[in-house]
Design a protein around this ligand. Structure first.
Ligand code: COS
Length: 385
């Protein structure tokens, strides 16, 4: 649903110009330094980009899902590390509060997340609990007016910069699996919350990830999300349903950028006396990339529109994440192939995208988990029909 097309187009236009004029020229520097330039946070703040998905009455832009994916189609046309800076505040770092927080929790945190005053982070994964998120072992034990948290969270995006973690911890018995998990809003820095060193990664350099270790970390009882124990896992799943759609839009944008850059190269580079783009085996690769990318874009837009009507999009969001993340992997692979030796060299930037897009098939639910979610959704729908 688009509420005001003129306003949306103005936002898309400013993001497009920011990406083209400011961010794309910085891509190589960010990759090599594994850091965004000083002052980048403020530039994103000035554009209002931290609060895209946060409701207007809490200081955000309150974009609908269709509006948000259209903005992601623009923002995702550059290195994924830039989007990652605002990714958690708009997605997994804020949406549990938007969906399931108490009014006091919303009032306390959402305006600061929307403005970018604090960075939000989502602490679900653990050393022993990745795809099987319901097996997590971090514990939260009630002690008077507090809970005491103990456990280790792994690969936590934006943790080195975060001022607020949504931490998923077990308040019930292990046998209760998902029903024994609660979510806590943990402000940082605080006693008992320790950060590991930043992880060294294959790609998405400039986006930072580390362990979060909780050692007798005391939080006030009102840090329990929604004020109710045992609802944390369902909150995490709802947040991921939505996040998967946003990530799918970023995959489309990355693929469109790769296709554009590759087409320019293929029309310029000559072999056998003609441009690569005139050679049928190269044309086949270009055409496959274009067709698959259009399919992913269409899926994302249709599912975003369905979400805006209030429909349950868990199954279709998983379809989008599965298809779009696998699609951008194939598109990046063809881009390297068409560039030949140049595709393997850092100078052309194609190998950087190739490394960056590999993560999309893994985080916010690996492709195998998307297949599981899709099949379960199909079986459930058939059973209830
Ligand atoms: N929305 C709301 N509730 C949901 C839900 C959704 N999309 N999906 C599951 N739930 C609820 C279920 O209804 C169930 O509740 P009840 O016990 O009250 O019936 C509970 O959550 C457990 O669901 P389920 O039995 O399906 O859990 P499983 O452990 O079998 O599997 C998967 C869940 C595998 C889908 C989940 O662990 C998952 O998504 N794993 C990947 C995690 C991930 O994406 N990690 C990325 C890290 S964050 S960047």
């Amino acid at each position: 649903m688009i509420r005001d097309l003129d306003l949306l187009e103005a936002l898309e236009d400013s993001v497009t110009r920011f990406v083209r004029d400011r961010l794309i020229p910085l891509e190589r520097q960010v990759d090599e330094a594994d850091a965004l330039p000083d002052g980048m946070v403020q530039e994103f703040r000035d554009l209002g980009l931290f609060g895209l998905s946060i409701p207007e009455d809490h200081g955000g832009l309150g974009l609908t899902m269709e509006e948000e994916v259209r903005v992601a189609f623009q923002l995702g046309r550059t290195s994924a590390a830039f989007r990652s800076l605002i990714g958690t505040n708009n997605g997994i770092g804020s949406q549990a509060i938007v969906m399931d927080g108490t009014e006091a929790q919303k009032a306390r945190y959402l305006p600061r997340l929307a403005s970018g005053e604090i960075i939000g982070s989502f602490a679900l994964t653990e050393p022993g609990a990745g795809s099987d998120a319901a097996s997590l072992t971090t514990r939260a034990v009630r002690d008077g007016d507090h809970y005491v948290l103990n456990g280790t969270k792994r690969y936590i995006t934006n943790a080195p910069h975060a001022g607020l973690f949504t931490v998923f911890a077990r308040t019930g018995a292990p046998e209760e699996r998902a029903r024994g998990i609660s979510a806590f809003l943990v402000e940082a820095p605080r006693d008992g919350l320790h950060l590991g060193p930043p992880d060294r990664k294959m790609g998405q350099k400039g986006a930072h990830v580390c362990d979060v270790v909780l050692q007798d970390c005391r939080v006030p009882a009102d840090a329990l999300l929604g004020g109710v124990e045992g609802r944390g896992f369902a909150s995490a799943m709802k947040v991921l349903d939505r996040g998967r759609l946003h990530i799918s839009a970023v995959c489309v944008a990355q693929a469109e950028r790769l296709i554009d850059d590759t087409l320019v190269y293929a029309m310029d580079r000559r072999q056998f006396g003609v441009p690569l783009a005139d050679q049928q085996l190269v044309q086949a690769m270009l055409a496959e990339s274009r067709a698959e990318c259009l399919a992913a874009r269409s899926m994302v837009l249709e599912t975003a529109r369905a979400k805006d009507t209030g429909a349950d999009i868990a199954t279709d969001a998983a379809c989008c994440k599965l298809f779009a993340s696998e699609m951008v992997g194939r598109v990046a692979d063809r881009a390297v192939q068409i560039h030949g030796g140049a595709g393997y060299m850092a100078e052309y930037g194609i190998e950087r995208f190739y490394r960056d897009v590999r993560l999309f098939r893994i985080y916010e639910g690996a492709s195998e988990i998307q297949k599981l979610v899709i099949a379960r959704g199909m079986i459930r729908a058939a059973g209830s029909g």
